[in-house]
Design a binder for this molecule. Structure first.
Ligand SMILES: NC(=O)c1ccc[n+]([C@@H]2O[C@H](COP(=O)([O-])OP(=O)(O)OC[C@H]3O[C@@H](n4cnc5c(N)ncnc54)[C@H](O)[C@@H]3O)[C@@H](O)[C@H]2O)c1
Length: 458
């Protein structure tokens, strides 16, 4: 067990140090080789971060579904074993590069766009470098985990003229699109306040505490890693941006809140009595993690009772928006069921949406909508979830990204500003919890003067 503990320390140490030590030294002019750009009219993509999301949601679909528009030209990861397994899983002959060879990869394979799907806290360094080396970037949420990273991204985008796309698949789920359409229609008038309550259960919710998401220094906490989806949806639904944030949070269930613990489930002596024992053998992607485990000690089945867990499991957040909307948000990650309660309190009535993701009872519809007008009755209806990962939202997002000239009526494609705004709400919430103060978003980052703000709530 001690070795396993040491292994985990090696992972933390290696990822942090190697990330800091990536020898970025060449300038963009060293990389210009127009003859290698855009072969056969296709866009060339390199992927950095060959874990579950990078491999299964981006790299493999490029090969399987978008080959007429896109070429996957290179893979990059800090873990060679994981990357080689991912390469087979993806089904590509693209060359692989260790993270210390990122510049070499860009120079040799000349991607147009780098897709960033590393652990959250490392997004920024690859985004900045990729743009400096002449590439556009597609980054997974959360765009950044710390405010200074956001500042660096704004500066790099201005300096290089390159473009960041932040991938918010949650904008594409059926209920998300329906909410946007109802609010856009004006049927309920101006939104005055909103509610968003996220329930993660003891299965999916617990999974975050088994790996890096449970440590703030990697994920920024679930207020950044997970809630960035929800804050982005709210920013998008309200068509506004946050001004002040006040929050409370604690680790009240996982982490130190148990009488026993191990290093990881496989080696644990408390297997038979721990309700959170998780058998990695039953996990479809186990080889992706086991193939690289000896190299960096990344334990996919880490203990949810690890005393180092500092990512909150109970949290409440109040956000005041530029358009005067007041948001009340909560996230609890130890619930007996999973889903969401979302509501908008408007001048002419209230829109309520209940999302059922997993619960020990039957429901008629996974998305229940109720629109109630002041003095004017109520109507309720249900919607279903599409097939495909994340309720079909990944397919819709990928189509917009990889197919040329796609319409975007609902403005679902998100740029760096949208990515930053959602991350900053979570970052401000963490700061508010740590300082017990209300945080002004404008005190976190110097925004470009061309970004128009009213900031009357400041
Ligand atoms: N939009 C969504 O629905 C969704 C779903 C899952 C994950 N994500 C995001 O995708 C990203 C990856 O998540 P995941 O679940 O695949 O995690 P993962 O742990 O499976 O994969 C992360 C990969 O990054 C690599 N890595 C770590 N540090 C690195 C570094 N410094 N340089 C290069 N590579 C490094 C790891 O070796 C690993 O292969 C995260 O940012 C996460 O927030 C988004």
């Amino acid at each position: 067990m001690d070795n396993q503990k040491n292994g985990r320390r090696i992972f933390l140490k290696n990822t942090t140090m190697a990330a800091a030590a990536v020898p970025f030294s060449l300038s963009a002019t060293d990389f210009k080789d127009e003859s290698k750009k855009g072969s056969k009219g296709k866009t060339k993509y390199a992927l950095v971060g060959t874990g579950t999301r990078g491999s299964s949601s981006w790299a493999k679909p490029i090969i399987q579904n978008y080959a007429q528009y896109a070429d996957l030209v290179a893979l990059c990861d800090i873990n060679i074993g994981r990357m080689e397994y991912a390469k087979k899983f993806i089904g590509t002959n693209a060359p692989t590069y260790h993270s210390s060879e990122f510049e070499k990869m860009i120079s040799e394979t000349q991607p147009d766009t780098v897709i960033v799907t590393t652990t959250d806290c490392f997004h920024e360094q690859y985004i900045v470098k990729a743009m400096e080396l002449g590439c556009d970037v597609i980054s997974e949420k959360p765009l950044v985990t710390e405010a200074h990273q956001g500042q660096n991204l704004i500066a790099a985008e201005n300096r290089t003229g390159k473009k960041i796309t932040t991938t918010f698949n949650a904008r594409f789920s059926n209920e998300s699109e329906e909410i946007k359409k109802i609010l856009n229609s004006g049927e309920l008038g101006k939104v005055l306040s909103a509610e968003y309550h996220e329930y993660l259960n003891v299965d999916h919710g617990a999974s975050y505490y088994r790996r890096w998401h449970g440590k703030k220094r990697f994920s920024g906490s679930l207020l950044v890693h997970k809630a960035s989806h929800h804050f982005d949806q709210m920013n998008w639904w309200l068509d506004s941006e946050p001004v002040t944030v006040k929050a409370n949070g604690k680790v009240g269930f996982y982490g130190k809140n148990n009488s026993f613990r191990g290093s990881n489930c496989r080696t644990c002596t408390f297997k038979s009595k721990c309700e959170f024992y998780w058998d990695i053998e039953s996990y479809g992607s186990k080889e992706l993690y086991l193939s690289g485990e000896a190299e960096d000690g990344y334990l996919r089945d880490g203990c949810v009772w690890d005393k180092e867990i500092d990512s909150y499991d109970a949290m409440t957040v109040e956000v005041a928006y530029e358009n005067d909307v007041l948001l009340s948000y909560s996230l609890n990650s130890y619930m007996p069921y999973e889903g969401q309660n979302i509501a908008f309190n408007c001048e002419k009535g209230r829109l309520e949406v209940r999302v059922y993701d997993a619960q020990p009872w039957e429901v008629d519809n996974v998305f229940e909508f109720r629109i109630t007008k002041n003095f004017n009755g109520t109507k309720a209806y249900g919607l279903g979830r599409d097939s495909g990962t994340h309720g079909g939202s990944d397919d819709k997002l990928r189509d917009k990204i990889f197919k040329p000239n796609q319409p975007d009526e609902l403005k679902q494609m998100a740029d760096s500003r949208a990515g930053l705004m959602s991350s900053l709400i979570g970052i401000a919430a963490v700061k508010s919890i740590e300082t017990k103060k209300q945080i002004n978003i404008h005190d976190l980052v110097d925004f470009p003067t061309e970004w128009k703000w009213k900031t009357k709530l400041k």
